[in-house]
Design a protein around this ligand. Structure first.
Ligand code: ATP
Length: 138
């Protein structure tokens, strides 16, 4: 177990648009399921889990890549982590101003509760904006 923190894993994040992120040499992946955040390191037991919308963190040496993942599924097997998601965005491709606007819009819709507003839709939009901002900021 001495090499757990330095030994590499292979990671792929795939969306309907194709592979969003592919890397070797990954030491840790942190993602979130409905029961909370979890981390995967080398030699983790095989795992399959549905994912919440979350900012996935991928550590490679002392670098961290963040990817906003909007649901989907994670599988870990034989030191290969695969995430398949309906939508995934690398932090560096996220437009912060757009996410801030989307967050404000959704918050205002939820607060105003006007007749005809689809509150569930507004809540999902708010969650997407929060995850995008988390991927950029934290
Ligand atoms: P908005 O109201 O700003 O469109 P949204 O959450 O409704 O936000 P989505 O429906 O989740 O947007 O995404 C539509 C498309 O726009 C997707 O391709 C998504 O990757 C892209 N997108 C949405 N928000 C951003 C952002 N802040 N930065 C970069 N791409 C974004």
């Amino acid at each position: 177990m001495a090499d757990t923190l330095t030994s590499p894993m292979h990671v792929e994040i795939i969306s309907p648009d194709g592979p969003i992120y592919v890397a070797d040499g990954v030491t840790m992946v942190v993602a979130r399921a409905s029961d909370g955040e979890f981390a995967i390191m080398k030699n983790h037991l095989p795992l399959a889990s549905a994912l919440d919308m979350c900012a996935v963190r991928i550590h490679t040496g002392n670098k961290e890549q963040k990817v906003a993942v909007f649901g989907g599924f994670l599988e870990n097997k034989d030191n290969k982590v695969t995430i398949i998601a309906p939508l995934a965005e690398l932090a560096e491709n996220i437009d912060e101003a757009r996410a801030i606007e989307a967050q404000k819009r959704a918050q205002e819709r939820i607060k105003a509760r006007k007749a005809g507003t689809d509150i569930e839709r507004a809540k999902l939009a708010l969650q997407r904006a929060i995850v995008r901002l988390k991927a950029i900021r934290n």
